[in-house]
Write a protein that binds this ligand. Sequence first.
Ligand SMILES: [Zn+2]
Length: 260
Amino acid sequence: MWCVFCEHDTSTSRSVEHVIPESLGNKEHILARGIVCDKCNNYFASKIEEPILSSTHFQNLRGRQQITNKRGVIPFQYGTFPQAAVPIALRTSPDEGTSVGAWHAKDDVQFVRTVNNARRGTFCLPFSEPIDERLLARFIAKIATEAYVAKALEGGITVAQMIASEELKPIRRFVRRGDQPEKWPISRRRIYHEDHVFFDGDSNHQVLHEYSILVTDENELYGVICIFGEEFAINLGGPSVDGYLRWLSANDNRSPLYLT
Ligand SMILES: [Zn+2]
């Protein structure tokens, strides 16, 4: 077998590839061993997923939603404590309650002194912070490409056919090498609150992540991914999201994830 990104032989590769990172709670959407090689798997983990998941936006989301990482640990949320003028780390866990300390060990003394002396104070935790746009586009492109690969495999399309597809070459390169194009726009919007609870028959549940592949009337292929209510869409065939915006206006701005 060959890696669907770099086309190298994967007969000795050991890793399975998580379409959505495990640190966002994904245990079920996985590409089997041999579809993505170990080298690409490691590259995605360290150069794309790790910096995205440790951005304040995603790190605080994971902390708020108490999603454990691969080692079973809930991440700290990043914040500030204006009274002490130091960055703080806050963690809320169902077992251990809430703990808070200085983000940097060097600020510990000042943090504790200020807390002890303050009559009152405020911890500020940013809810949403800007993310490196290009890296976010590559993160979404990786998920979308792998979601497409999973669906195509189910439909009987082989990895060799996907590797040969001219349409997928630019996005595979954008994800794996990231040297071009300069910009690959994505659509990003909130479609429900991150705490939204869905009622499904007689049970309630929260949706951590979901995704789908949309083929528009103009025959463009989009990966549509939702992470805690925030929808991201990317054109798998080229760096333009105009066709998706046209599709949205023709469909009352409904999400392709919720068409029924
Ligand atoms: Zn590879």
